[in-house]
Design a protein around this ligand. Structure first.
Ligand code: NAP
Length: 461
């Protein structure tokens, strides 16, 4: 199959988050004529940049300017509010597109598997993050912030984000694009102590140094680290020489541990070698039992081994921040163990190491798992796009009658799917920016799908 501007390669991308947009961008930056449609189940593009990146990290969110430019390209179209599997099935995608990209991220979370985890007041950081970022599915989460103490399980960057948002003042947060419902709830917050818990030692923290350092610069919270937690075993000590990030992290933690408390209204405690073993309470969280660990070398990896020592933290809210998890898409191969779509260099395979599913590709967290920063998805998507371009001569399955890009719009409209096109997203964007400007904030987010649709006229079409 050869492609031309009259008969471009038609690509349908499921998921308009960072990896979908990086894939679209890589496709328009090469020579083959392409025509790309990006679908998202929400009326808004940008996925985790809008709903995951912390509201007080606006610099990271500025990548949306690049995404907006990609969406502005005449070869790229956005179809918001279109759910894969319901509004658009795999058969329909195969009918209208020569190639399909799955870039749906990892929207779920990993459970801890300990007693009491299902109690009211035990939430995943995934939910909490989506709530404060105004994700429509979590607008009604209402976490109980009348409690005095909170445990955040895990020492990755998401745990740091959640801890920082809990520790900041409403006045600080009000300058960001945090959801209005979240800033109102955080304003009334009674939280005084936030415990961030690492099951291994300080040299195994997953946070990056810049993010860790921010925890020591909070206007409203003192940082508390027990120097005893920073005594390193031989292997951890040795890792400082090999890994600059680890060495810097430990240096920052040592600085934290030497600080005196200054009487700020809140305290952020970072505790290491501590595993949660039971969430305590009758109907809601009243405490968290943690077990002290030691580190043991297992084939070069230091793993946490429990000791007999336990302790109860008197917390009323537990936020587990132990990693995101991918969710299976109907009819698409899935590796439940890793929470990813099995693939070889971005080509979807029927099973792990199995035959390739022709014309289907994957990028981002649903390809490699929930690791890396937003920018990591650029190289990841580029690899998958290279695979697609190498396969392109063998693709070209769309029948003549369905090739016109107008056909899918017509088809969806006939099916009664009220999609949000790009110019309607631009209207929403302008509304949010304008509301933000009036309050000296980057934007004020709309957090209800119905309202977004009403404001963009989609429901009145
Ligand atoms: P992560 O970096 O993988 O951290 C997960 C944490 O959970 C680790 O400390 C891990 O400890 C711990 N954990 C896992 N299972 C546990 C268990 N059963 N009990 C106790 N602890 C457990 O994941 P993340 O924080 O969700 O972040 C996801 C990705 O997004 C990361 O690449 C992160 O850097 C990125 N991100 C970046 C930013 C930023 O750049 N500002 C912000 C947010 C997220 P072990 O190491 O012992 O497994």
């Amino acid at each position: 199959m050869t492609y031309s501007p009259e008969r471009p390669l038609r690509v349908g991308i499921v998921g308009a988050g960072p990896s979908g947009l990086f894939a679209a961008d890589a496709l328009i930056k090469q020579d083959l004529p392409v025509s790309i449609d990006l679908f998202d189940r929400l009326p808004t593009p940008f996925g985790l940049v809008r709903y995951g990146v912390a509201p007080d990290h606006q610099k990271i969110k500025s990548v949306t300017k690049l995404y907006q430019r990609t969406l502005d390209d005449p070869r790229v179209r956005f179809f918001g509010h279109v759910s894969y599997g319901q509004d658009l099935t795999l058969d329909e995608l195969r009918r209208f597109y020569d190639a399909i990209f799955y870039t749906v991220g990892a929207p779920s979370d990993r459970p801890l598997g300990i007693p009491g985890e299902a109690l009211s007041g035990s939430l995943s950081a995934t939910e909490f993050v989506a709530w404060y970022n105004g994700h429509p599915d979590f607008a009604d989460l209402s976490p109980d912030l009348s409690v005095k103490s909170v445990a955040v399980i895990g020492v990755g960057n998401v745990a740091v984000d959640v801890t920082r948002i809990l520790a900041k003042t409403a006045a600080e947060l009000r300058t960001t694009d945090i959801a209005d419902h979240a800033v109102a709830a955080l304003q009334e917050s009674q939280v005084e102590d936030i415990y961030m818990l690492g099951r291994r030692g300080p040299a195994q923290g997953k946070f990056t140094t810049k993010e860790l350092r921010e925890l020591g610069e909070l206007a409203n919270a003192d940082i508390v680290v027990d120097p005893a937690d920073l005594e390193l075993d031989v292997l951890s000590e040795a890792s400082l020489a090999d890994d600059r990030v680890v060495a810097k992290n430990v240096e920052v933690l040592r600085d934290f541990s030497g600080r005196a408390q200054t009487g700020k209204p809140r305290r952020v405690h970072i505790k290491f070698l501590s595993s949660p073993i039971e969430v305590l309470g009758e109907s809601k969280v009243e405490g968290l039992r943690i077990q002290k660990n030691e580190l043991r070398d297992r084939e070069g990896q230091l793993e946490a081994v429990p000791t007999d020592e336990t302790e109860v933290l008197p917390v009323g809210l537990v936020l587990r921040s132990v990693g995101y998890k991918g969710v299976a898409l109907p009819e698409v191969p899935f590796n439940p163990k890793r929470g990813v779509i099995p693939n070889t260099e971005g080509r979807v395979t029927e099973s792990v190491g199995g035959p390739v599913v022709p014309g289907e590709y994957v990028a981002g967290w649903i390809k490699r798992g929930p690791t890396g920063v937003i920018g990591t998805n650029k190289a990841d998507a580029a690899e998958s796009v290279r695979s697609l371009l190498a396969d392109a001569p063998k693709l070209g399955r769309v029948a003549d009658a369905d090739r016109d890009p107008a056909r899918i719009e017509q088809y969806l409209s006939e099916k009664g799917v009220h999609f949000v096109p790009f110019d309607h997203w631009l209207e929403l964007d302008a509304l949010e920016l304008e509301a933000g400007q009036a309050q000296g904030r980057p934007r004020v987010k709309l957090t209800r799908v119905e309202e977004m649709l009403r404001r963009t006229r989609v429901l009145t079409k």
